[in-house]
Write a protein that binds this ligand. Structure first.
Ligand code: F6P
Length: 321
C-alpha cells in the first residue's frame, strides 16, 4: 500500500477535522502518500482529489466541521456510480480508502469493498447510533453543547416558574437526550428506545412544583417523532395550564470545537484506521469496545442495531424525583 485516500461522508460532527489530521499525519509518518477527497462520495466519483501534506492539516485539530466538505449524493447507491468511484481511485493510483462518517457512509464503504476496493471506516456522528462501536466521535462534544444550553435555559426557567421542553438531535437514537437529560437533571427524558406516557410526564412536573421546584425541564429526542417537541409542549400547556416553552436545539449540536475526549478518540481511531489498512485489513470499521480500539466487519456494522443502556434511563428517573 503506497497511496491512500480519505473522505468525509454524511453530516459533519465535531472531531471530523481531528480525524482527517490523524489519518493524513499517520499516513505520511508511515511513508504513504495521502489524498483528500472533497465533497464525500460525490467528489469520489468526480475524481475531486487533492494531495495532502503535513501542513495541509495544520491548525484544524480544534475546529468543527470538515475541511474536506460534504455533498449530498443519493446516486452512490447504484452499482454504476460505485464502479465509477473505483475507476477514479485506480486511475489516481490509490490503493486504499478511509471513509469517515456514519451509517449511510458505511453502506457506501461496504459496497466498495464488495466490488474489491479496500476500504476502512471511522465512526463519526453526534448521534452515537452506529453498531460495532460503543462510541462515535462527535457525541461527547454534542452532549456538552446540549448540557450547556440546557443549563442556560434552566436559569431563565427558574426565574419565571416555567416548564421547558427541549428537543435534541439523534435521528432515531436517544443517546444525546439520555446523556444531556441525565447531566442537566431533567425531570423527564423521552427517547425512542423507551415507552413514555404524557400523563406520567405531567405527573412528574406537578410533583416537582408541589415540592417547591421553580422549573421543569423535559428533554426529548427528535427520533420520538417529527415535531415531537412542539407537540409535547402544546399538550403540557393545555393539560396543566403551566407556562410551557419549547426549544429545539438543532444544528448547534453539530458544530463547535471538539472536546478533549473527541480529539483523543479522533487521533486514536484515525491512526488505527491507517495502521490496519496498511496491515491489509479491509471491509471493517474501527471502533471502541471496553475502552479498547477494535475493528468490526462492515456487514455487521450496517446490519446490527446500536443499543443504548436503558439502565441509565431508569437511573435518571430515580434521581429526578
Ligand atoms: O445524523 C446527524 C444529524 O445531525 C441528526 O441528528 C439529524 O437528524 C440530522 O443529522 C440532520 O440532518 P441535516 O443536517 O441534513 O438536516
Amino acid at each position: 500500500m503506497k497511496k491512500i485516500a480519505v473522505l468525509t461522508g454524511g453530516g459533519d460532527a465535531p472531531g471530523m477535522n481531528a480525524v482527517i489530521r490523524a489519518v493524513v499525519r499517520r499516513g505520511i509518518f508511515k511513508g504513504l502518500e495521502v489524498y483528500g477527497i472533497h465533497h464525500g462520495f460525490k467528489g469520489l466519483i468526480d475524481g475531486d482529489f487533492v494531495k495532502m501534506s503535513k501542513g495541509s492539516v495544520g491548525d484544524i485539530i480544534h475546529r468543527g466541521g470538515t475541511i474536506l466538505q460534504y455533498a449530498h449524493f443519493e446516486n452512490f447507491k447504484t452499482v454504476d456510480a460505485q464502479k465509477q468511484a473505483i475507476a477514479q481511485l485506480i486511475n489516481a493510483g490509490i490503493d486504499g480508502l478511509i471513509v469517515i462518517g456514519g451509517n449511510g457512509s458505511f453502506k457506501g464503504a461496504e459496497k466498495l469493498n464488495t466490488l474489491g476496493f479496500p476500504t476502512v471506516g471511522i465512526p463519526v456522528t453526534v448521534n452515537n447510533d452506529i453498531a460495532g462501536t460503543e462510541y462515535s466521535i462527535g457525541f461527547d462534544t454534542a452532549v456538552n453543547t446540549a448540557v450547556a444550553a440546557i443549563d442556560k435555559i434552566r436559569d431563565t426557567a427558574s426565574s419565571h416558574d416555567r416548564t421547558y421542553v427541549i428537543e435534541v438531535m439523534g435521528r432515531h437514537a436517544g443517546d444525546i437526550a439520555l446523556w444531556s437529560g441525565m447531566c442537566s437533571g431533567a425531570e423527564s427524558i423521552i427517547i425512542p428506545e423507551a415507552d413514555h406516557k404524557v400523563e406520567d410526564v405531567i405527573d412528574r412536573i406537578k410533583q416537582g412544583y408541589k415540592r417547591g421546584k421553580t422549573h421543569s425541564i423535559i428533554v426529548v429526542a427528535e427520533g420520538v417523532g417529527k415535531g415531537i417537541g412542539r407537540e409535547l409542549g402544546k399538550v403540557i400547556q393545555e393539560k396543566t395550564g403551566f407556562d410551557t416553552k419549547v426549544t429545539i436545539l438543532g444544528h448547534i449540536q453539530r458544530g463547535g470545537s471538539p472536546s478533549a475526549y473527541d480529539r483523543m478518540m479522533s487521533s486514536q481511531m484515525g491512526a488505527k484506521a491507517v495502521d490496519i489498512l496498511v496491515e491489509g485489513s479491509k471491509d471493517v470499521m474501527v471502533g471502541l469496545k471496553n475502552g479498547k480500539l477494535i475493528h468490526t466487519p462492515f456487514e455487521e456494522v450496517v446490519k446490527d442495531k446500536h443499543t443504548l443502556d436503558l439502565s441509565i434511563h431508569q437511573l435518571a428517573r430515580s434521581l429526578s424525583i
